[in-house]
Design a binder for this molecule. Sequence first.
Ligand code: SF4
Length: 327
Amino acid sequence: MNENNLIEIRDLSIEFKLHSGTIRAVDQVSLDIPKGKVTALVGESGSGKSTLASAILNIVSSPGIIKNGSILFNGEDIVQYSANRLRQYCWTDVSMVFQAAQNALNPVMRIGDQMIETVLAHKKMRKEEIIKKASQLLDYVRLEPSRVLKAYPHELSGGMKQRVMIAFSLLLDPKLVILDEPTTALDVITQDYIFDILLKVHKEMNITMLLLSHDISVVAKVADRIGVMYAGKIVETGETFEMFENTKHPYTAGLIQAAPSLLDDVSKNKSIRGSSPNLLNLPPGCAFHPRCEFATDRCKQEQPRGISVGKGRIAACHLNEKGEMLA
Ligand code: SF4
């Protein structure tokens, strides 16, 4: 395992057996999560990013199973972890803030009590120490500890609850925090505020982060690296700046063009034509071909392989084999 990486995912496939057939939500994915960096996984709903993230915690929901592949953490394959080791790993090594996690707060329990309960579920610690730590973290995410610890979730705004969840995720000093759509359903100003806090946490506490989002422009503000997922596969990875400067996959280009910006004329945004594919009935060849303006006959028959398209960059598109660039 490369010492610069915290997590190395190799050839990972996750399948769900349904009445109507088997879907491969994650399909032979390989991805590095470098230590001390912010990595973003981007893709439309159903692209497989949340399933991939749940696999990093080894909590793929039933009936999903990890069909093959490995997820290395400190050189150990977490797919092979015992239940005991997994309990220790979740929250203390890696924690996750799930999508719409604010709704996961217990509505009839004060925030402080929920924080105590979370810590005690994973390790022995005196309640006073937990409250001290929780207060520091709440202060860190710019909340007033004395008020928030005593509050019930309904007494907090959406942005405050999201900050509470970020504080929760840091309670056990994890090395990696995964945040699934951390700013969805929040207004643009609050989104910026949350990302400011995440950057502060990342830099000052040296926490490695994995952000999942459908909006490439939102995560580009904070991510060092981006992986773009489509139909369960990673179709492009690279440094954020490089990906925007020199896009190597039409789907990435589509996501960038579709992303709204406060400074842009929104009428110029161009959404990607068509919709996400049905994983039960994927098109042959490149799964993106029905939506791709560059598709050729070859694309309709042959799946593109991920190939190196520059330092630390991989893209899976036949165009790159011909050395063509996407403007
Ligand atoms: Fe488009 Fe073909 Fe590239 Fe797929 S392989 S993204 S269809 S050009």
